[in-house]
Design a protein around this ligand. Structure first.
Ligand SMILES: [Zn+2]
Ligand SMILES: [Zn+2]
Length: 263
């Protein structure tokens, strides 16, 4: 029996949304929704029908199976019972301008494959599903940070034409929707082309990104709590360079959210 709230919600649906709902029901019947990673059937997956995350139970389990605790500051796996509020042995001496890293898991096994595949053409659904899974697993951490604005790691404008899609932007938009938080992809821009960080040794990564980002003066970050979003975090150089710019623009606190950290 329909509840009063259901009737109100239904009555508020526009004709366009009614058509969209009816169309998607027909498509779901003809082509049952599949897992964005392994193409397994989602209609028989209870969790997927409840939270709308297009990943089957087996993939969710695989992506979240790492039980090592994360370092509060850099997200790298650390031993149990280690207090990492001031960092772990890996990051305690780094002058990170972000306060913490919130991540789904470690860049290993199937999560590594998913991160790589999430960059490819047509992989927006997978990238979005991974962002939603990050949100689901780290709801407490994200609520604790309580961002005012979400900023994806920007890419150089020319890459918008040459790359299949901007995974960090897809993730940031999905996280923004999940957290009911503004996603501002113009707050910071990349001012020049740089060499792919993953191809460089640790020592050269910093010089590669020197002065590569600039905050847009029209997009006020003063006093804001900013959540930087990227797919992976390796040495933290990219996020740190971005955090420097965001702090200089007046942000009160900066955190980083990624799918995976590379140990
Ligand atoms: Zn799956
Ligand atoms: Zn650490």
């Amino acid at each position: 029996m329909p509840q009063p709230n259901d009737q109100i919600t239904d009555a508020r649906l526009s004709i366009l949304n009614r058509i969209r709902l009816a169309t998607s029901a027909i498509i779901d019947f003809a082509m049952p929704p599949a897992c964005a990673f392994c193409t397994g059937d989602l209609l028989n997956d209870f969790e997927a029908t409840v939270d709308g995350i297009s990943l089957c139970g087996r993939c969710r389990k695989n992506f979240t199976s790492d039980e090592r605790s994360p370092c509060f500051k850099c997200g790298m796996p650390v031993g149990p019972y280690v207090d990492t509020r001031q960092g772990c042995p890996e990051c305690a001496r780094r002058d990170f301008r972000f306060g913490r890293v919130i991540r789904l898991g470690v860049y290993e096994d199937s999560l590594r494959t998913a991160c790589i595949r999430g960059k490819s053409r047509g992989a927006e659904t997978l990238a979005g599903a991974l962002a939603s899974l990050l949100w689901k697993k780290q709801q407490e951490e994200l609520a604790d940070f309580a961002p005012d604005v979400i900023v994806p790691v920007p890419q150089f404008w020319l890459h918008g034409f040459t790359r299949p899609h901007h995974q960090a932007l897809t993730m940031a938009e999905v996280l923004g929707e999940r957290l009911s938080c503004v996603c501002d992809n113009r707050a910071v821009r990349k001012t020049r082309r740089t060499i792919d960080q993953s191809s460089l040794p640790r020592a050269k990564r910093l010089t590669n990104l020197k002065h590569a980002y600039a905050a847009c003066s029209k997009h006020k970050l003063t006093g804001k709590r900013v959540l930087i979003v990227d797919d992976i975090l390796t040495t933290g150089t990219t996020s740190n360079e971005l955090a420097k710019v965001i702090r200089k623009a007046g942000a009160s606190d900066v955190a980083v959210a990624v799918i995976a950290v590379v140990p």
